[in-house]
Design a binder for this molecule. Sequence first.
Ligand SMILES: Nc1nc2c(ncn2[C@@H]2O[C@H](COP(=O)(O)OP(=O)(O)OP(=O)(O)O)[C@@H](O)[C@H]2O)c(=O)[nH]1
Ligand SMILES: C[C@H](OP(=O)(O)O)C(=O)O
Length: 202
Amino acid sequence: MPVKHLDRAKSRLRGAAPGGAAGHRDLVLAVVRDTVAAAVAAVRAVLVVCEDARVVEALRGSGAECVDQPGLPGLNAALAFGADRLRARDPASVVGALQADLPALVPAQLRAAVAEAAGRRAFTPDRPGTGTVLLLSAAGGGLDPRFGPGSAAAHGADAIAVGLGSAALRCDVDTAADLAVAAALGLGAHTARRVRAAGRVG
Ligand SMILES: Nc1nc2c(ncn2[C@@H]2O[C@H](COP(=O)(O)OP(=O)(O)OP(=O)(O)O)[C@@H](O)[C@H]2O)c(=O)[nH]1
Ligand SMILES: C[C@H](OP(=O)(O)O)C(=O)O
């Protein structure tokens, strides 16, 4: 799971929580914590590639391992680094990239998507269908992440689509409107607390 430096993360979500920069940071951290909690409950190991000691601190005790993003900047470089690290530990396994902005995620939907992939290269498009929330390698294969604008089409070129009926898995929150959709699905505990404290969504 990739997490950007908190000073830059989720810029399109700015203003969804009151309290200026601190309120935004707390909302982003809450979303990350809920997404990590669901992932930890669903898969064998979760590695978070991040750029910020505050993320490491917030995830202490979560069951996820955190590593600093070394070398090249950018999302795909972070994911390739994490995937190589996991692959070195287990040459035959499936490795995956899961976006860290899925506050309604429930473990069963992630587990089901992995099961549906059944060891084949696979991806789950986001709610609008243009982006990607989950990318899975083939068993023993490379991750070859192609995140960025139009990533669903890029991944769909050689990966099968899975989890299409899983609304919570597909609900990444880029904007306040996305957060309202996630709230209707049911937010994880940390995000729900932030949203309640804010007294509103969006
Ligand atoms: N480690 C790392 N994570 C990244 C990087 N860029 C994006 N991410 C993470 O990748 C996921 C998907 O990114 P986006 O949905 O575009 O989120 P974002 O870049 O924080 O949001 P915007 O500022 O609104 O574009 C989020 O979990 C981000 O925190 C990066 O350069 N390094
Ligand atoms: C990185 C990008 O995420 P978005 O910014 O569309 O949520 C993607 O889905 O490839």
